[in-house]
Write a protein that binds this ligand. Structure first.
Ligand code: ADP
Ligand code: ZN
Ligand code: ZN
Length: 728
């Protein structure tokens, strides 16, 4: 009887054998008995018919779910690679890379549940018969065509939908999505700009490579026309009837981005992101798998999208941290993109104004082809960076007087000013004026952030929230005061200083959901606001043609972090922020207000720019034998008893220590994580490092079993993070 090898979603590092009457193709989902449960797994191989007695011990497949394999050999190779590289259970790897509905055993479907207007609904919309504003909006959003159920449910409350359904103004229908499969015959819908010399060199560099695997790093300053390069290099790929997969950071995926690709080629672009319904995601996944989409743009997990005729992979803003998954299977989508492109044998293009030191190192070492754009497109000039010394200055709304007058002059000329402060809420701490005690979140032992508009305190580590107390819990004094500056307070302060200027605050409190963000961004570019206040949401990729001044407040913490990547992240942030200014015809400038004006990192960035900083930082990493010149892994552990975590990690350290000499391994710790306590759990980590990646890998392989069999391994929560990008 044939035996099939099945990846079952359990936290065990192996696949399992099952019997079935006939062989089952790899890439097919099956239901199998596991203990006293029935689980859904994926067939990852067939085993040669076994001897009678082995066969007897095996259980049988309960049900074969698919007629044809859902996953091709590339994805099976990729899954095996993920399991091996990240030392992760193969069944859980498959759970991560399958769309949720497939994971649950649901069938492929090309129908979508959608809402549509009834005739009464049409009338109600035309004659504005509905009172509620939300209900009106909901009707209006269905005016042109049915909209997928999940999308409506995301944008409108159940109450709104219920009210409209009960009045029979809307109803559900099933729609089949129209798709265009012959994108190869597209005609350009707009005339592309004439490429600059640098752009032309980059485009030719990629196109001359042909259709085979090669990794390119496109290092182009902000606004240098990287997206234009993407558009021009994919044109021949689409013409050859091949598909392009584009990964973008979570926050950079706006309708504007998608729109640029749709406008150029006039073809439908498949979009994948975390806020879509499971069904809508499955649709795009399926269309791409069947080869019905020429372009798929998505965030991190889109790297798992199957493609019938892959032609190219692009990772935009490749340095962005959102490409690294921070729980479960802690993969890095950029690194996986390299593996995937290699397996598919297609070119991979990584683009960024501020490349990760890992990718830059690969480019400098000629493992990647290095393409550079040093000038801004369309004649826009570079933003000038300046440092503003805030020591001993009488700050107003957290800003020095000299800087306020610079802001005033930009505003008076009718330009927009962006003020960046990476701290939401009113104030990052509340303390007692009498005894000095801060009001802390008990389970994280960190100060609560005060959110004035809600009259509440919120812990930014665990999300706990409570009413603002009236008195100090230690001395009962009622003189509680806030300390430090958050965006809410900044908005209030700037409102008083510039009463005639319209301002908008962009942070996750003020702007909830993707739609709201897109609306605000559109309003900004329509010049509805002059003063933009925001957190890092504002730093990413957006195009603000009317911003001429960027002000950075309170960045000093980043200059003195314990994380060796902090300077890299800081330089990327500052450079990306500077890139928001002066993108059009108006030149831009940026002021960094700091108490450490002489800090070497700041000085280097200001005088020499990111490209210089990055090369210098690489040199420092090499001297210190830090990544990318060595390979790291982190073992994190947490439990409510600090001692238990500590003991566990000591034992883990012992286990690794027993083998370290074989692999030239170095162990540091147990060290507290940068967030030492969260939700009542103490958090520590061990850092493992080897000069060679293969040695680190072998060291882990030869030690992990020993770690897993430690009695404490089942009592503390612990995880292994390969190539960690932060130590929080
Ligand atoms: P990046 O992706 O590097 O930030 P974009 O591709 O968004 O840059 O380009 C910035 C702006 O310059 C866009 O408005 C784009 O249309 C324009 N642009 C790009 N390339 C050219 C070119 N060769 N000539 C004129 N304008 C260009
Ligand atoms: Zn007190
Ligand atoms: Zn907390």
């Amino acid at each position: 009887m044939p035996v099939v090898d099945v990846a079952v979603p359990v936290p065990l590092k192996q696949s399992f054998s099952y019997l079935h009457d006939t062989p089952v193709a790899t890439g097919v989902r099956v239901k199998v008995p596991f203990g006293n449960r029935t689980l859904i797994g994926v067939v990852i191989g067939n085993i040669e018919a076994q001897t009678e007695d082995t066969g007897l011990k095996l259980k049988s497949v309960t049900e074969v779910l698919d007629e044809v394999p859902l996953f091709d050999t590339t994805l099976i190779t990729l899954a095996n690679w993920l399991a091996k590289y990240y030392h992760h259970p193969i069944g859980e790897v498959w759970s991560t890379l399958m769309p949720v509905r497939l994971r649950k055993g649901m069938p492929l479907t090309d129908k979508l549940d959608a809402f549509t207007l009834t005739e009464a609904g049409q009338d109600a919309l035309v004659q504005s018969l509905v009172r509620g504003k939300k209900q009106q909006l909901c009707l209006a959003s269905l005016a042109d065509e049915p909209v997928e159920e999940g999308e409506i449910k995301q944008r409108f409350s159940p109450a709104v939908i219920k009210a409209l359904s009960e009045k029979a103004l809307i109803q559900t229908v099933q729609i089949k999505q129209e798709i265009q499969t012959d994108w190869a015959s597209y005609t350009l819908q707009e005339t592309p700009p004439v490429a600059s010399t640098e752009q032309a060199v980059a485009i030719a560099g990629v196109n001359q490579n042909g259709t085979e695997f090669r990794t390119f790093l496109l290092e182009g300053v902000t606004g240098s026309g990287k997206t234009e390069v993407y558009l021009q290099v994919i044109a021949p790929v689409l013409k050859a009837n091949r598909q392009v997969l584009i990964l973008v950071p979570e926050i950079g995926l706006t309708p504007q981005t998608v729109g640029r690709f749709e406008r150029r080629f006039g073809i439908k672009v498949g979009v994948l992101h975390s806020q879509m319904s499971d069904l809508a995601r499955l649709q795009v996944w399926q269309q791409s798998r069947r080869g019905e989409l020429g372009i798929v743009i998505g965030t991190r997990s889109a790297i798992f999208t199957p493609m019938a005729r892959p032609g190219m992979i692009i990772v935009d803003e490749e340095h962005d941290e959102s490409f690294k998954q921070q729980d479960g299977l802690r993969y890095h989508a950029r690194d996986l993109a390299v593996k995937r492109a290699q397996t598919e044998n297609v070119p991979l293009l990584l683009g960024s104004a501020t490349p990760s030191l890992e990718s830059l190192n690969n480019a400098l070492a000629k493992r990647y082809t290095h393409l550079q754009l040093s000038e801004r497109a369309g004649g826009a000039s570079h933003t000038q960076l300046k440092v503003l010394d805030s020591r001993d200055q009488p700050l107003q709304a957290g800003i020095a007087p000299g800087l306020l007058s610079v802001m005033r002059s930009h505003l008076q000329q009718g330009n927009q000013v962006l003020v960046f402060l990476n701290r939401r809420g009113y104030a990052p701490a509340v303390l007692c004026h009498h005894c000095g005690q801060t009001v802390d979140c008990k389970s994280c032992e960190r100060p609560f952030t005060y959110h004035k508009s809600q009259g509440r305190l919120q812990c930014h580590h665990c999300g706990a929230s409570k009413r603002m107390p009236n008195q100090c819990s230690a001395c009962h004094s009622t003189s509680l005061q806030t300390s430090g500056l958050g965006t809410e307070q900044l908005e209030q302060g700037l409102g008083e200083l510039f009463p005639d200027i319209k301002q908008v605050r962009i942070d996750s409190d003020a702007v909830r959901g993707k739609d709201a963000l897109v609306t605000r961004l559109d309003e900004i570019n329509a010049r509805k606001y002059q003063l933009l206040i925001g957190t890092q949401i504002l730093s990413k990729g957006h195009h603000f043609p009317h911003v001429t001044l960027v002000v950075v407040l309170d960045c000093d913490g980043a200059l003195f972090s314990a994380d060796f990547r902090a300077p890299e992240k800081f330089a990327q942030l500052i450079t990306q922020l500077a890139g928001r200014a002066g993108r059009a015809t108006k030149p831009g400038e940026m002021y960094i207000q700091t108490d450490n004006p002489g800090h070497p990192l700041l000085q280097d960035l200001i005088h020499n720019g990111f490209a210089h900083f990055a090369r210098h930082a690489l040199h420092e990493r090499q001297m210190a034998n830090l990544p990318p010149y060595s390979a790291q892994a982190v073992i994190r552990a947490e439990a409510s008893a600090a001692q238990q975590v500590h003991t566990f990690l000591q034992q883990v350290k012992q286990a690794f220590g027993d083998h370290s000499h074989q692999f030239g391994g170095y162990i540091a710790g147990p060290l507290p994580c940068l967030i030492e306590k969260r939700q009542g759990r103490f958090r520590f980590m061990l850092l493992l490092q080897c000069s060679q990646r293969a040695a680190l890998h072998n060291w882990i392989v030869s030690t992990l079993r020993q770690v897993q069999s430690l009695p404490l391994a089942t009592r503390v929560r612990w995880s292994l993070d390969i190539d960690p990008v932060d130590f929080s």
